[in-house]
Design a protein around this ligand. Structure first.
Ligand code: DAH
Length: 341
């Protein structure tokens, strides 16, 4: 029996040490230590032993069982370690490989300028209104006191959409004055930014599509002083508090009197330089008191109400604000340019 036990110990320890997977190890545990296992089979023969031999063999059998259990435990730890190493090797991540950067865009400089502009007017209690780019000639011209034979209505200047010249791509945001008065009624304080279209060749200061911001205030007792006060306040917000302005008489069919507003050149302080083309002044907008005929065209009594209107060029404003020298850069959308803002 002693030899039997020694033989079991030896073969079991060899087999346990040679296992490569925990399933094999479990099979060996059953094979040697299980209820029907080899060691159990030997122990069943204990009854046939003499009284002196029985405790000795019993002790030896317990030793064998203990050494097998210990070996299984040790081997189990070894296998678990190996399995972990294999898994780590398989799932290795090289944290030094450069990642894929996601390019995040940002607001276009012209829209930055527009947002600042909107903010100024919202703070002054103006509403922002939106209107169609495909417009009726009636709104773009007629109701704005611009008669049929006015040169601005020429086919050479305007993108008409039908033979009868009834619909067109709006040449200005001024039709929004009419739409605002018709839909909103008076009193009103609104601005309306948007695209306008003219048959112009592309160059450093012209584009067949550009943006304007229309403004309109109508109420009882509005005067030229309100126009000047409002526009001076806005211009100083945009171009700096020390900016000098000049209100120069001009003609627009839909305002009377009309003016153009210039700011003193911030580059040369009025001396004349390339930025202001030697003028000392830079034109920034057109404005005027809303023509009584325009008020009447919208069903508003000019004896009761008066108002002022103005039109800013958005690109020109953004170019001044960001010192951009060529209008084309604003529309070409070259990221090398846009990234600078
Ligand atoms: N619509 C004019 C233009 O495109 C600009 C303008 C001038 C708008 C005077 C106005 C205004 O509202 O009162 O040249």
């Amino acid at each position: 029996m002693k030899e039997q036990l020694e033989a079991i110990r030896k073969s079991a320890l060899d087999a346990i040490g040679a296992t490569g997977a925990s399933a094999e190890l479990e099979a060996l545990r059953v094979k040697y230590l299980g209820k029907k296992g080899e060691l159990t089979a030997v122990l069943k023969q204990m009854g046939s032993l003499s009284a002196e031999l029985r405790p000795v063999m019993g002790q030896m059998a317990n030793d064998v069982r203990a050494s097998l259990e210990k070996a299984i435990e040790t081997q189990s730890a070894v296998l678990a370690e190996k399995a972990m190493e294999a898994r780590l090797a398989l799932e290795t991540v090289d944290v030094t490989i450069p990642g894929k950067t996601v390019e995040v865009g940002h607001k276009h400089p012209m829209y930055t300028a527009l947002d600042e502009f909107n903010e100024i007017f919202i703070n002054m209690g103006f509403e922002i209104m939106d209107g169609p780019e495909v417009e009726q000639a009636d709104y773009n011209f007629t109701k704005l006191n611009t008669p049929d034979d006015h040169p601005a209505r020429e086919w050479s200047d305007t993108f008409y959409l039908d033979e009868e010249s009834r619909t067109l791509l709006r040449t200005q945001t001024s039709p929004m004055q009419i739409r605002a008065m018709e839909t909103h009624g008076v009193p009103i304080r609104m601005i309306s930014p948007g695209r306008v279209y003219r048959k112009d060749e592309v160059d450093a200061t012209h584009s067949p599509m550009f943006h304007q911001i229309e403004g309109l205030v109508v109420d009882k007792g509005i005067t030229m002083a309100d126009l000047k006060g409002t526009l001076n306040a806005v211009i100083r917000e945009i171009y700096g508090s020390g900016t000098k302005t000049r209100f120069r008489p001009h003609h627009f069919p839909f305002t009377e009197p009309s003016c153009e507003v210039d700011i003193q050149c911030h580059k040369c302080g009025g001396q004349g330089c390339p930025t202001c083309k030697g003028e000392g002044w830079i034109e920034v907008l057109g404005a005027g008191m809303v023509h009584p005929k325009v008020l009447r065209n919208c069903g508003i009594d000019p004896d009761e109400y008066s108002g002022f209107a103005f039109g800013f060029g958005l690109e020109r404003m953004a170019m001044g604000r960001f010192k951009i020298s060529d209008l084309r850069l604003i529309f070409e959308n070259d990221v090398r340019f846009l990234e600078q803002f």
